[in-house]
Design a protein around this ligand. Structure first.
Ligand code: HEC
Length: 226
């Protein structure tokens, strides 16, 4: 018996259904995602990252930061308490190519890193030698994003201030390469806390009888998606 047509139909169906599930359906759902307005301030969200921060995303990708860091706050109390004010939504990544969702969470989630009190100098020292600022850190160091060079008569203004044990030998200095500065600009742009219509900030504890699902005044909500 010739089973050719049956095998063809079976294969066709398998391929067609995976195309539908993995290409068409996500495209219909998210393909036409556009900027929206934040509920509280009515501001456009998201705004594209500045150029240097956008370059930093490429440094982030190239160095495999996503292998250990997620940028995805799940709608669970544990995640919301530790990593963000609201759950992550697709709009948060509208301008990111590639989307740095993260593969695992070995280190902290970075979705709202810019809201934490970290200075540029802290980030640079941390990237150069994580243990110079976080004792016992298991994050790998990225010294190749920096240049260790002979110091001139005066140290460069951007030379890292490193504690003993991490500082270069006397007469030498560690300065960030453009990649390191771009990466820090990117890290400082990580902030996904705007209240959105589809992801409002969690309601404050029940003090008022506000309408569930939004914490914005009616005037602000009605300006959504104008
Ligand atoms: C092997 C896993 C691993 C990789 C790869 C990794 N990290 Fe980390 N990262 C960690 C761990 C663990 C911590 C927590 C300890 C610490 O703060 O050093 C951390 C902490 C951080 C923090 C501090 C966050 C905070 O809130 O204190 C930043 C920023 C950071 N990593 C950025 C990066 C960047 C940028 C890259 C890529 C260049 C990267 N990490 C790659 C594991 C990793």
């Amino acid at each position: 018996m010739n089973r050719g047509p049956l095998i063809f139909l079976g294969l066709f169906f398998a391929l067609a259904s995976s195309w539908y599930g993995m290409v068409l359906e996500p495209q219909l759902e998210l393909g036409r995602l556009v900027e929206t307005n934040s509920v509280s301030a009515g501001e456009t969200y998201p705004v594209p990252r500045p150029g240097q921060a956008n370059q930093g995303l490429q440094v982030y990708r190239a160095n495999g930061c996503v292998e250990c860091h997620s940028q995805q706050v799940r709608p669970t109390p544990a995640d919301l308490e530790r990593w963000g004010k609201r759950r992550t939504v697709a709009e948060d990544y509208l301008y990111d190519r590639p989307v740095p969702l993260g593969a695992q969470r070995v280190g902290p989630d970075l979705a709202n890193l810019a809201l934490r009190p970290r200075t540029e100098a802290w980030h640079l020292a941390h990237l150069y030698a994580p243990r110079s600022v976080v004792p016992g850190s298991t994050m790998p160091p990225y010294p190749f994003l920096f240049e260790t060079r002979k110091r001139g008569a005066r140290p460069s203004p951007d030379a890292l201030q490193l504690p003993a044990g991490f500082a270069p030998p006397p007469g030498w200095e560690v300065v960030p390469k453009p990649e390191a500065n771009a990466l820090v600009a990117y890290l400082n742009s990580l902030k996904a806390d705007a209240a959105l219509f589809d992801a409002p900030l969690p309601l404050p504890p029940r003090a008022t009888n506000a309408v569930a699902g939004t914490n914005a005044p009616a005037s602000a909500t009605s300006r959504q998606h104008e």
